[in-house]
Design a protein around this ligand. Structure first.
Ligand SMILES: C[S@@+](CC[C@H](N)C(=O)[O-])C[C@H]1O[C@@H](n2cnc3c(N)ncnc32)[C@H](O)[C@@H]1O
Length: 316
């Protein structure tokens, strides 16, 4: 885990409203030290399986494994690429992110896992690598932060070797984002109210400083979350950038109805109050509902699901 992030000053936050890239760096640098805890990110069987299943759901596993040279954009603390490496899907991993704090966090997580990875600060709109360098480019929950997503796809295709693949997972759909935000805000208010009750306060309530910090984070979150996606429009964007073999996949319907209140509840209580058994319960519930969602996907239009992932190939 990272230990490098500092809270942004009031002046920096004010400047961030005028400069989106600065906002991204401030917000994510700030989040880096607590990001794994906030999102229950780990590098054990639970998250290896989660990352591998998302990857396979999107690609259908068409290529021989592992991909030798892999780049992750907006890697954060390394959740996607480090777990895909542990799953045997990626070999040599380069973690990049616009936020220096996140790059440090990802490198620290890699070191903790005993991996040697390359890490670099990089903007996905101007990737600092040569043409035709990577066999695969991956990303998770990143392109909704990028102002010009089509420019990022063009850059991804430039740094991929001919025939190389990109896989971007975990992006919010237009419809899904609406219900997730509503459920999240209701859960936040309810959890704050309930954890202030006398019998629960000591063990569960976040202290005032942590709550104030969460509120400032929520204000900046509205600035850094730039897009939600319609799956077909997203595919057209990748095609316009020059990709072939483009395919999208949506996931999480009932799993999102339950998952978002769970994730918000986790973020709204005192850090460490919930523990490992809770994390396994939350993941187990999410998995059971995801199985239901795979059946529902036969009848419910793709755009109603919460998450969209996309894959495509550089013409070879
Ligand atoms: C929601 S976090 C996801 C992190 C990680 N991929 C995960 O799933 O845990 C989004 C990440 O994208 C990064 N980011 C935002 N804008 C970016 C850009 N233009 N280029 C590269 N990374 C960017 C942020 O700094 C942040 O670490």
């Amino acid at each position: 885990m990272a230990a490098t992030s500092k809270a942004a000053t009031a002046e920096q936050v004010a400047a961030a409203y005028a400069d989106n890239k600065l906002a991204q760096v401030l917000y994510h640098d700030w989040e880096a030290a607590t990001y794994d805890e906030k999102w229950s990110i780990s590098f054990d069987r639970r998250c290896i399986e989660y990352a591998r299943d998302r990857f396979e759901a999107i690609t259908g596993s068409p290529d021989p494994l592992p991909y030798a040279a892999a780049l992750e954009l907006g890697a954060g603390t390394g959740f996607f690429s480090l777990n895909l490496k542990q799953a045997g899907i990626l070999d040599a991993v380069h973690v990049t992110d616009l936020s220096p704090g996140m790059v440090e966090a990802a490198k620290a997580n890699a070191e903790m896992l005993g991996f040697s990875v390359q890490g670099r600060v990089a903007d996905a709109e101007r990737i600092p690598y040569d043409d035709n360098t990577f066999d695969i480019v991956v990303g998770h929950a990143v392109i909704h932060h990028i102002p010009d997503v089509e420019a990022a796809f063009r850059e991804v295709l430039r740094v991929l070797k001919p025939g190389g693949r990109f896989v971007i997972a975990g992006e919010p759909t237009k419809v899904g984002d609406r219900y997730a935000r509503r459920l999240g805000s209701l859960t936040w208010k309810a959890t704050k109210a309930v954890t202030q009750l006398a019998p629960l306060r000591d063990a569960w309530a976040k202290d005032k400083e942590a709550l104030d910090e969460s509120s400032r984070a929520a204000a900046l979150e509205a600035v850094v979350d730039l897009h939600t996606f319609d799956p077909d429009e997203l595919a057209r964007m990748a095609l316009r950038a020059g990709a072939v073999g483009v395919d999208t996949k949506t996931e999480e319907l009932t799993a999102a109805f339950v998952g978002w209140p769970i994730r918000t509840f986790e973020a709204a209580v005192k850090p460490g109050a919930l523990g490992w058994n809770w994390a396994m319960f939350a993941y187990g519930s999410w998995k059971r509902l995801s199985a239901v969602d795979r059946v529902l996907a036969k009848a419910v239009p793709a755009r109603f699901f919460y998450n969209v992932g996309i894959t495509g190939v550089k013409p070879g």
